[in-house]
Design a protein around this ligand. Structure first.
Ligand code: GDP
Ligand code: MG
Length: 329
């Protein structure tokens, strides 16, 4: 072991040893390698770690071929919606992931500190959103799979660093998304033709709100974008805006929570089913059990109905917080 390794090495080594799933291991190992100074004394260590990294990557690729769940460059959807963090280097994506979830990404002020997608679950009341931290846009080596993940995600947080011409960052990020033909909900200009993928909801997130002088940049951003997208300024350092952001994500997601209730039994399910606004009793029935679709007779609703337990038909449009009792034949 070379003697002159910096303290960051030992911190990163601990993370690497603690990492459990293959993706986290790769992330942690890349971060570990970045802490090692390049000189003769570290040649062997660097070579050993490179070998380990390529072995880990091969393992990831093999799993993918076998149809396994663990392809290193895709992220399996979990929770109510998958929310991708989109931004340029050092804008604070990994810090935000760490502030809102239990995930422990690498946070560093070198530009490509995030090299793999890493996700964490953000609780909001009784549901969870999956946040996906990504490398910055605009890198040839990663844009291919990053844009693939964006195409698959349900919504985006568009992060712009308030200390560094945020409106220019926002424009450039939007240009990338447009270039990849990823449609956005709420975009002003009319879209051309049918979108191939479902348009993405978006929250604009100006970061580093704690920094001196930055609140001055906000009114301009608001003037430019707030008519199209919700905007929520945050700081991962002092926590400002984080609770508002959780609510903003929920509001922008257009998700409603619906609880089930068994006929003849008191109370309702603890965990809600999540559906998109506009969903009907039939959509809920389909989600609960495929047999319900053919067997569905009617439902009784507590919440949005005119009175508790009102009988409704399958076309009834559900609202957030409804409790639904499904009756089958
Ligand atoms: N003052 C301040 N610094 C931040 C904030 N968020 C991130 N940073 C710093 O900005 C740098 C880049 O952060 P990181 O989360 O790794 O950015 P990423 O490249 O977008 O993932 C790090 O030095 C962070 O400590 C914030 O809210 N306030
Ligand atoms: Mg990062």
């Amino acid at each position: 072991m070379p003697t002159n390794l910096p303290p960051e090495y030992f911190e990163a080594e601990k993370r690497y040893k603690d990492a459990s799933d293959p993706r986290e291991k790769v992330v942690a190992l890349e971060a570990l390698m970045a802490t090692i100074p390049k000189h003769k004394g570290t040649d062997k260590l660097r070579a050993d770690l490179r070998k380990k990294l390529s072995k880990l990557r091969d393992e990831g690729a093999r799993r993918k071929k076998g149809g396994g769940r663990s392809d290193l460059y895709t992220v399996e959807r979990q929770g109510a919606a998958q929310v991708a963090l989109v931004g340029f280097p050092n804008c604070g994506k990994s810090s935000l992931l760490a502030s809102l979830t239990n995930a422990r990404p690498v946070i560093a002020d070198f530009p490509m500190s995030t090299v793999m997608p890493l996700s964490g679950m953000m609780p909001f009341e009784d549901i969870q959103f999956q946040l996906v931290d990504l490398p910055p846009l605009g890198h040839e080596s990663t844009d291919g799979w990053v844009s693939g993940i964006l195409r698959n995600a349900d919504m985006f947080l568009l992060l712009v660093d308030l200390t560094d011409a945020p409106e220019v960052q926002a424009e450039l990020l939007l240009e990338y998304l447009e270039g990849w033909r990823i449609p956005l909900l709420g975009k002003r200009e009319g879209s051309t033709g049918e979108p191939i993928v479902r348009p993405k909801a978006l929250v604009l997130v100006p970061t580093k709100f704690d920094q001196p002088g930055v609140p001055e940049a906000l009114p301009d951003l608001r003037a430019l974008y707030e008519s199209q997208w919700p905007l929520c300024a945050t700081s991962s350092v002092d926590g400002r805006g984080l609770e508002e952001l959780r609510s903003a994500v929920f509001a922008a997601s257009r998700i409603i929570r619906v609880y089930s209730r068994e006929p003849g039994k008191p109370g309702r399910s603890d965990a809600p089913f999540t559906l998109l606004k506009g969903a009907t009793v039939l959509d809920l029935a389909e989600l609960i059990h495929k047999d319900f679709v053919t067997n569905l007779k009617f439902a009784c609703i507590w919440g949005s109905s005119k009175f508790d337990g009102q009988k409704v038909q399958r076309e009834y449009v559900l609202q957030d917080g409804d409790v639904v009792e499904i009756h089958t034949r």
